[in-house]
Design a protein. Sequence first.
Length: 373
Amino acid sequence: MRRRNTSSTTHSGVSAAVDYYESFVKRDRALKIIKEMSEFLRILDLQETEILKTMIVRFAIESVEASQGALVVYDKDKNVLNYQDMYVYENNRIMLESFGEVVKEYKLLPGEGVVGDAFVKETPVLVPNLRQTSYPQPAIGEVLRREIKSEIVVPLKVDGVVEALLEITNTVDKREFNSEDMEVVMIIANFASTILENARHYSLAIHDKLTGLYNTHYFQKEMDEEIERSLRYGRYFSFVIFDIDDFKKINDTYGHSYGDKALKELASCIQRTVRRDVDIAARYGGDEFVLLLTNTRGEEALKVCERLLKLVRTLVISTEDGRSFGFTLSMGVSEFPTHGEEAYYIFNAADDALYQSKAAGKNRVTLYRGPEK
């Protein structure tokens, strides 16, 4: 009787068990990363989209233990793909140093490389081994001066349009990516796309479409919250209201399209004057604007307004028919809690100061000097 050779059967069985175990460990790690990501997204402010984009890259890298990864953003105006963030994974952790500043020098055209291909096709691309394809080495490899073996690129879509791409890579000393890895990265990308979509809709809901500044509804909410905070901590803040002098004349003389251009130029000046992520600037309606200058006394607010006045006076808007014009502002300032502890009194005080500026000849700012509340 012949004895059966069971060695090959045993070997294949062990190999299958090892593969199954590795697959289980990989999925377990990915699930933990996805859970961690969901907790992070739960506490994230929807306006902090740049932080979100950075964390997406880091979560994706960790989920498949990739050598490195990057976020590539599409510039619609220039029709080019720009590298924005890049991180390296070593010793089972993300290195704190970002290669973002270095990698920003690299740009791709749609259709160029794996990233450009995924962008044009609007679909994820898995390349287990770059050597076996005609794809060029990605920018990540050039930055690190190391050969990239394997690559996954997944588009991030917002309202059905590709706005960015996740590029995850392994160097030649690491394993090849497989379909399981791509599935994990796709889960993270889809998760992120949904959050970015929600953030886009939220941003549209709180911003003025023409100027890009906050709208009235959002400003009033922030004003109420700042009053509560300032009362609690005994802080001051200043409220500013202003409009364009003789704005109707601009519309009547040059047309509403140039009136809109004046509003946009003013919004740009405002954004260059106020403190980003600290002060609140909004279009209140028509040619009327408001500022909430946190932790700022009235006299300090006057200096901010003077800077804005000076900047606006330098503006020159040219028309297609060869004419040009500029404009000035009249501004009013009130101080919390000196001029009131409720929004109604603060607003009215600044509004009175605005009319004092108008009566005094326009093109100026006035701090309310009426009776204190």
